[in-house]
Each structure stands twice: as structure tokens, then as C-alpha cells.
Design a protein around this ligand. Structure first.
Ligand SMILES: NC(=O)c1ccc[n+]([C@@H]2O[C@H](COP(=O)([O-])OP(=O)(O)OC[C@H]3O[C@@H](n4cnc5c(N)ncnc54)[C@H](OP(=O)(O)O)[C@@H]3O)[C@@H](O)[C@H]2O)c1
Length: 368
């Protein structure tokens, strides 16, 4: 096996931490001696030992003289865990192969410098793009302090997210819906507008075994969410935030006693100010959001520049109906040349359905 093959294995290990490590990155490490893998590990949960230490602890023979493959530059600062560079230096590892460098200002190349200064050979940027892609949330959050937002919707091939009656269960098949459940586990929070709560009364939880449910966020300018809504009723079990412009304390109390948290933000164009909301959620260590809103909130989110990625699940069905809802509504752009452009699209087949994923070209943080 060559460097790339071992790094690919380290990437697979890193992915096992998906949904558990936020706001820290997913990292995998493989230790190889005399062409044999003698240790492997990954960052399993936020606050637990890092991949490098787990791989060293799992070694079946002494790691002196071995090569370590690690998907992200080893850390060199004290956080919840001591620096990984110390563990590598103490282990006698001779060469370290790194996937991507760590944009965290506390590391940013210093981890690699320390290793080199102590005589360890370091090879950088092996499968760098794949390693960066794996941690796109972490890279975005550490640099902007705002959550990475993924706009997700399921639509028919004629672009409808509900039938003309408003009924939307189900558009896609089981395979696509179970893929959505995995996304809910992977991202820290899920967000919808009060329109979706009123229309569908969704749970917005992750129902997979061995998974966690995301924090639920409802954008509700005037607190119209019914106290009987499912997201309120089980707010004691699944954290729920109501983002509102209503600062009347008495109106908060019933929601708070049901277990909801209220985040009051300024009003912008008659609704919750989404950019300010992202700032507030980022301060609360919410590093990523799966936006599962209707067309109204989706348009507002795109327009305010807070969306980084789009996931469109497309079912080979046609609903028709001029009043049937579509994934992005609002006023719309006046001309095709004003479109929100997407790039680096991928297509995945999920049973009879398709998932198209793209990056948003002009999000607000990249414009600045
Ligand atoms: N197929 C799918 O993937 C999917 C997913 C979700 C929803 N849906 C469908 O979409 C329909 C509901 O659509 P919708 O557009 O009413 O729901 P929505 O986008 O989830 O909610 C819209 C509401 O969000 C509130 N809001 C708060 N802050 C906002 C902001 N900054 N900008 C815009 N709105 C903001 C507004 O009311 P206030 O200002 O009064 O708070 C607005 O009326 C339902 O039929 C549902 O089934 C389908």
C-alpha cells in the first residue's frame, strides 16, 4: 500500500466520528511499521482523546520507527486534550503523513513545525481535498464562527415540495429518507420556519439507532408555534430553540416551561434577522445546521447569504398544480443572470430517487 492508500483508510476511520465530534473535527489515524498496520484510531467523541493518541494506544507493537498517517495536522495546544504532537514525539514515530493542515489559529502549521523541529519527517497534503471535504463544517466554523448551513429539500421532478393540498408525505422513497436521517445525525442542528411547523407539525428528530437528534431551531418571528406542536411537546428530551423577535417575557414562559430555549434577535424586513441569528448560534457552539424549511425561509436564507451547501432530493414524480409549493420561493431573482450559482455538484442515486449536492458560490462570508 502507498501513502494515498493508508490515508484513505485513515479517512474512513475519521468518518466514524461523524455526528459525535462537533464542534471539533473528525480525524482518523493509521500507524504503519514495516508495511504492516500496527495501530489505528479516530476521534470518537467531542472531548475524548484525539485520533493520534487512540491509534498509538491501539498499537500491537512498539511504534518506534513507524509512520503515522493522520487526516488533519496534529494539534500542538492544550484543549480538552493534551497536544498530540507531544504524544507523537514521545512515541518514537519517525515519519508523519498529514492530509490537511489545521486552519485553527491555535495550530495553523505550528503542529507540523514542531514535529519537523524534532527531526520527524513530515509529508503534507496527501489526499488534501478529500480531507478538507470531510471537515468542511469544521473549516467553515473555525474561520467564521458561524454555523455551516446545508439547505435540504425533497421535491418532485416538476419542482414541487408538496401537493396542491399542502400534503408532502412522502415525496421520496425509503432509501432517500433514511439518507436524510443520517444527515440529521451528522449536523448539530436542524432549522425550519414556523410555516413548516404549522403545516406539518414535524418532529425533526433523528430516528436511527445509535444516533443523536439535532438541536431543533424554529424561526418564529412572532411566536406563532402552537404549544401543542411536537417540537414543543418533547423539548424536554430534544433541545429546541425558538428564534424570535418577540421580547415579551410573559410570552416566553409557557415555551420555556415546556423545555424550549428562546433566542431573541432583531427584526429585519419583518422577520427574524438570519445573519444575527447565525452569529448567536455560532456563539453557542452550533457549528452546523440542516435547513429543512419551506420555500419562504429557504429563499430568505439564500438571500441573506448564510447557506453554504444545497442538498436536493429529487423523486421521479410529477405533482403539477400552480399553487403547489416549491423549494425556494420569496420574490425570486429578476433575471437568470442574477441566479444564485452553485458549483462542484455531485449526483447520488438513492433507490428510485436522486440526490444532487452543490456548494453555494456566493455565501456572505466568502464575499467579505
Ligand atoms: N418537501 C420538503 O422538503 C419540505 C420541507 C419543509 C417544508 N415543506 C413544505 O413547505 C410548506 C411550508 O412552507 P413555508 O414557506 O410556509 O414554511 P417555512 O419556510 O418553513 O416557514 C415560513 C415562515 O417562517 C417565518 N420566518 C421567520 N424568520 C423568517 C425569515 N427571516 N424569512 C422568512 N421567513 C421567516 C415566517 O413567519 P414569521 O415571520 O411570522 O415567523 C414565515 O412565514 C409546507 O407545505 C411543508 O409541507 C416541504
Amino acid at each position: 500500500m502507498n501513502d494515498r492508500a493508508y490515508m484513505r483508510l485513515a479517512l474512513q476511520l475519521a468518518g466514524k466520528g461523524g455526528g459525535w465530534t462537533a464542534p471539533n473535527p473528525m480525524v482518523g489515524a493509521v500507524i504503519v511499521k514495516n508495511e504492516r498496520i500496527i495501530g489505528q484510531g479516530w476521534h470518537e467523541r467531542y472531548g475524548s482523546p484525539h485520533a493520534e493518541r487512540n491509534a498509538l494506544a491501539a498499537c500491537t507493537e512498539p511504534p518506534q520507527g513507524a509512520v503515522m498517517y493522520v487526516t488533519l495536522e496534529p494539534c500542538c495546544h492544550y484543549g480538552k486534550q493534551p497536544p498530540c504532537t507531544d504524544a507523537i514525539l514521545a512515541s518514537g514515530i519517525q515519519r508523519v503523513v498529514v492530509g490537511s493542515s489545521d486552519p485553527n489559529p491555535l495550530v495553523a502549521g505550528k503542529g507540523i513545525e514542531i514535529l519537523r523541529a524534532h527531526g520527524i519527517e513530515v509529508t503534507e497534503e496527501v489526499l488534501r481535498e478529500e480531507c478538507e471535504q470531510l471537515n468542511e463544517v469544521f473549516f467553515h466554523y473555525i474561520q467564521t464562527k458561524r454555523p455551516f448551513v446545508v439547505m435540504k429539500y425533497a421535491m418532485t421532478m416538476d419542482g414541487k415540495i408538496a401537493a396542491c393540498t399542502g400534503l408532502s408525505k412522502w415525496i421520496t422513497g425509503e432509501e432517500a429518507r433514511s439518507h436524510v436521517q443520517k444527515q440529521r445525525h451528522r449536523y448539530t442542528a436542524i432549522m425550519a420556519g414556523v410555516g413548516t411547523i404549522l403545516a406539518d407539525d414535524p418532529m425533526l428528530t433523528c430516528r436511527l439507532p445509535d444516533s443523536r437528534s439535532p438541536i431543533r431551531i424554529v424561526c418564529d418571528t412572532r411566536l406563532r408555534t402552537p404549544l401543542t406542536a411536537q417540537v414543543v411537546a418533547d423539548a424536554g428530551q430534544v433541545p429546541t430553540i425558538l428564534a424570535t423577535c418577540c421580547d415579551v417575557r410573559d410570552r416566553h414562559l409557557a415555551y420555556e416551561s415546556a423545555g424550549c430555549r428562546i433566542v431573541v434577535v432583531d427584526e429585519k424586513d419583518g422577520h427574524v434577522d438570519l445573519q444575527q441569528l447565525m452569529e448567536r448560534l455560532g456563539d453557542q457552539q452550533i457549528d452546523s445546521i440542516l435547513l429543512e424549511g419551506g420555500g419562504t425561509l429557504n429563499w430568505a436564507a439564500l438571500q441573506s447569504g448564510i447557506v453554504q451547501r444545497v442538498q436536493a432530493y429529487i423523486a421521479p414524480k410529477l405533482f403539477g398544480g400552480e399553487t403547489a409549493r416549491t423549494p425556494v420561493e420569496g420574490a425570486g431573482v429578476p433575471s437568470p443572470s442574477d441566479a444564485f450559482c452553485l458549483k462542484n455538484s455531485t449526483v447520488t442515486r438513492l433507490g428510485e430517487d436522486f440526490l444532487i449536492e452543490s456548494e453555494v458560490v456566493n455565501d456572505v462570508y466568502r464575499n467579505h
